[in-house]
Design a binder for this molecule. Structure first.
Ligand SMILES: [Zn+2]
Length: 437
């Protein structure tokens, strides 16, 4: 009977098998040597017993609850009282540490409801246990803010998720369930040395700009050029669909099948594709106009200066004829609303989110809808489970920390600074994500 729990220093007094699980009357037979309040030795005396119900891992597939007769102690020296400490018990959740670990590991494979039912706790308790674990992992991985920060979307499990990156070092900083302002704000607040951020590259998502202005008031916000250029291609494709309905069904289907000929930049086309393109554009004047507008828009990024690009952008908007204004409306609107951030590309030597774009391509084949377990579990495991974090090379403390430098230690006695955690390498993150999706 004593070995029912298999926990050191625990004495099982009785076990009761019930329909839904086991109840175990037990006590922890180890007495603290010194007072937990004042540290006095040999001043403790027993001061009653309280009963606590402590959840434990299952026994033969059934939940286990330990009815713990927990000793209370009082100290003769300081008068303080405290409950018997037990290393196997997690006091925050009132469960054994092994059950806490079991829940932390299980919620990645199953839903909170399923895990909770297995071990006999509430769904809320399962969530609380994982939240505490997530907080611990986050506290252990505090990253340094980068000079160039990326805020973008990652398409995972059927939805756009927020992703924060260190663009210069190609590292992941965070991965968020959605793209709300509050979630991004909280994530940015976790970064150390936020004053170091000089440039923030983002897609055209208004909450990102709001948060950026709030957290990094002096940083330059740049709209990623791929996101705005993509709208030009999408407008052309929208026209292609309209045109496809007017020509014969076979013709429409043929153009659709070969639409990359329209959407690609001409320099990437093979000779036979160029011939095809020339044929369509000669045949359908409206397509010609829209195609030229698409190309003219991409060409804005061939400009060398911000002023040149501004002129080119204004000229582009003026060149959209009234009959194509509806087709190009998303681009006309976005390029007006985001004009300063679009042109900041030229003021920042061409910062883009190409790194996140590459990540999206890499993850496209695993972007499938959810499997039930919580996003939070996926996030924490993908970010932190591999234990691979990129660190900056340690610098000498004398150059870093004024408080110690003020003591004027000779240089050779200066200890080394703790290395600064920068983020998670892309390959580590993608591997961890792919294993768990
Ligand atoms: Zn004491």
């Amino acid at each position: 009977m004593t070995d029912f729990l298999r926990l050191k220093h625990w004495e099982v007094l009785a076990t009761h098998e019930q329909v839904h699980g086991h109840r175990v009357d037990a006590r922890f037979a180890d007495t603290p040597a010194a007072c937990l309040k004042c540290g006095a030795d040999g001043a403790l005396y027993r001061h009653g017993v309280i009963r606590q119900a402590v959840n434990d891992t299952t026994h033969a597939g059934k939940p286990v609850v330990i009815d713990w007769q927990r000793q209370r102690y009082k100290c003769r020296s300081c008068g303080g009282t405290f409950l018997q400490p037990a290393p196997d018990i997690d006091d925050r959740h009132l469960m054994t540490r092994r059950l806490v670990e079991h829940i932390e590991q299980s919620v990645l494979r199953r839903t909170h409801v399923a895990v909770a039912e297995e071990v006999g706790v509430s769904e809320g308790t399962s969530r609380n246990v994982f939240r505490a674990y997530a907080e611990r992992m986050e506290a252990r991985h505090v990253f340094q803010a980068p000079a160039i920060l990326g805020i973008d979307a990652l398409h995972i499990r059927g939805r756009a998720r927020g992703v924060l990156t260190n663009i210069g070092d190609k590292l992941i900083l965070d991965f968020l369930e959605d793209r709300t302002r509050d979630l991004v704000y909280r994530s940015l607040q976790r970064l150390e040395h936020r004053e170091r951020v000089k440039v923030v590259a983002m897609d055209m998502h208004r909450p990102y700009l709001t948060v950026t202005r709030l957290v990094f008031p002096t940083a330059i916000a740049v709209v990623d050029k791929f996101h705005i250029q993509r709208l030009a291609s999408q407008s052309l494709d929208a026209l292609r669909k309209l045109v496809g309905k007017r020509v014969s069904r076979r013709r429409g289907a043929f153009i659709k099948r070969n639409r990359h000929v329209l959407l690609a930049r001409p320099v990437h086309l093979r000779d036979e594709q160029k011939l095809l393109l020339a044929e369509w554009l000669a045949e359908i004047p409206e397509l010609r106009t829209a195609y030229d507008l698409k190309e003219q828009f991409y060409d804005i990024w061939e400009e060398n200066t911000e002023a040149g690009a501004r002129n080119a952008l204004h000229a582009w908007r003026a060149a959209v004829p009234p009959q194509l204004a509806r087709i190009f409306k998303p681009l006309l609107t976005a390029s007006t609303n985001w004009e300063p951030e679009i042109l900041n590309f030229f003021a920042t030597q061409g910062v883009t989110n190409a790194f996140t774009e590459a990540m999206n391509r890499n993850l496209r084949d695993v972007d499938r809808a959810g499997r039930g377990y919580s996003f939070e579990a996926l996030r924490i495991k993908a970010l932190f489970s591999h234990g691979v974090v990129k660190y900056r090379r340690p610098a000498r403390l004398g150059l870093q920390r004024r408080d110690l430098a003020a003591k004027q230690l000779p240089a050779h006695l200066m200890p080394f600074d703790l290395p600064a955690a920068l983020g998670i390498p892309l390959s580590t993150f993608v591997t961890a994500l792919k294993q768990r999706l």
